[in-house]
Design a protein around this ligand. Structure first.
Ligand code: SAH
Length: 429
């Protein structure tokens, strides 16, 4: 047999083996969840938890190797049902029966799911009850193709410590028939629900939430306690989904910052102000910047609620805000940055370099964009000192990483800027 033929045969049997292994893995995963291999949510469900941790650590280590050494990975002792926020997409079968679940990865096809190993069991129960109540209230689920029907999604958020529960009904129109009776019926089944909000999303979009909201029961938000502080969380504000691991993540971020009480701190991408408020206890002054208006409003209320006076919040693009700070000559000692999965943009990184904080604590939910941004910052006057992974998303391929960067140069600002612009080798060392 010539080499070409031999290679082809080997490839075929390799493919065959791969297919068989995949089948076996799916079978293994399916013992835990019927939707394994289809929904795409828990890519690692077939692996023991310790193997998941090893795999994540290895992957991040490899990505960050050119810049920083990892301290390790912090896992969970009970890695199931950690998600305190659950989004269920609604549809119906051919007989018109309501179904709810998640989108099959990369599609708009909804895979029906009644319980999920990742999600809060309480949230799943409530979503199940909504599904059951729909026919008696003649509420139709939304059809993406025809645009007909009312209920698009249900989002449930559970306060891990407070137990407060928010249900958000995402509708295609603001008119909900027998709204009051529906609320009564749902509360009868789940008296622990503390607030119900109608969110109107009338656009053809893959975004879950629309811009309009109406509170139909309770306060319209929940509160939760994180790192000993109380936070108000509105439907459209970001709040970390894994409470247990968030406390460990923030603990590491604060440890890396090494605050002494004299620092001017910037919390960039601050959400409802969580990291900044935890840091405020150990800093002189904190400023938080965030794009989402609702989150900033929550942050302001949260600072007041916790009696934290040395913190201010601004609703702005984080990069533009930092550029302004740098132009005005504001001195910032420490920047916490916690960008979305896409990482930071050039405007942000450029402004960060111009601002020249002594320390940057980078909290990242995507090690690929973290590696890219570390590449930029280590070429522009910073050294990556240490890093650690925190497993915020067991059973998935995702993981959080905290990295500490410190400013290499102690030269005056003007000189450093010149050197940085000239891409000076001295600063790149
Ligand atoms: N640090 C917070 C939030 C992190 S999530 C926490 O731990 O809870 C990232 C946040 O960045 C979101 O709240 C999002 O609204 C915000 N965001 C996204 N792009 C932004 C930008 N360009 N400028 C400022 N904030 C932004």
């Amino acid at each position: 047999m010539n080499q070409k033929k031999q290679g082809f045969k080997e490839k075929q049997s390799e493919n065959g083996r791969f297919k068989q292994e995949k089948k076996a893995a799916i079978k293994k995963g399916k013992c835990k969840c019927r939707a394994f291999g289809e929904c795409g949510g828990c890519q690692m469900l077939d692996l023991p938890y310790t193997d998941q941790l090893l795999l994540k650590e290895k992957t991040v280590k490899k990505l960050l190797k050119p810049y920083v050494k990892l301290e390790g990975i912090i896992g969970m002792s009970q890695p199931e049902h950690y998600r305190n926020k659950v989004n269920a997409a609604f549809t119906h079968d051919r007989q018109g029966r309501a179904l709810s679940g998640v989108y099959k990865e990369g599609t708009h096809y909804i895979i029906p799911i009644e319980e999920c190993l990742l999600e809060s069991q309480k949230a799943d129960e409530i979503i199940g009850s909504v599904r059951q109540l729909l026919p008696s209230f003649k509420i139709k689920t939304y059809d993406e193709d025809t645009g007909y029907g009312l209920l698009r999604h249900v989002m449930v958020r559970v306060g891990h410590i407070t137990g407060q529960i928010m249900v958000v009904l995402v509708l295609s129109s603001p008119v909900m028939p027998s709204k009051n009776n529906f609320v009564k019926a749902l509360l009868k089944l789940h008296p622990d629900i503390t607030t119900i909000v109608v969110n109107v999303n009338d656009r053809k979009t893959s975004m879950v939430l629309g811009d309009k909201e109406q509170v139909i029961y309770g306060k319209g938000y929940i509160e939760d306690v994180l790192c000993g502080l109380t936070f108000k969380i509105s439907p459209r504000s970001f709040y970390q989904v894994n409470h247990v691991q968030t406390e460990k993540l923030y603990g590491k971020a604060i440890e890396y910052a090494g605050l002494t009480g004299n620092e001017m701190v910037l919390d960039a991408y601050c959400g409802i102000g969580t990291i900044g408020m935890v840091a405020a206890k150990a800093a002189k002054q904190v400023v938080g910047v965030e794009l989402n208006r609702d989150a900033v409003r929550d942050a302001v209320v949260n600072a007041r609620k916790n009696g934290i006076k040395n913190i201010d919040f601004y609703q702005k693009d984080a990069g533009d805000f930092m550029r302004q700070m740098a132009d005005q000559g504001t001195e910032v000692d420490t920047v916490f940055m916690d960008p979305p999965r896409s990482g930071s943009d050039e405007v942000f990184l450029d402004s960060l370099v111009a601002l020249r904080p002594k320390r940057v604590v980078y909290v990242s939910c995507n090690a690929e964009t973290l590696a890219r941004d570390l590449g930029y910052l280590t070429k522009h006057g910073y050294r990556a000192v240490k890093g650690v992974c925190v497993d915020m998303f067991p059973f998935t391929v995702h993981v959080e990483t905290v990295a500490l960067l410190s400013l290499i140069s102690v030269l005056p600002k003007l000189v450093v800027t010149m050197y940085v612009e000239a891409d000076c080798i001295y600063l790149q060392k």
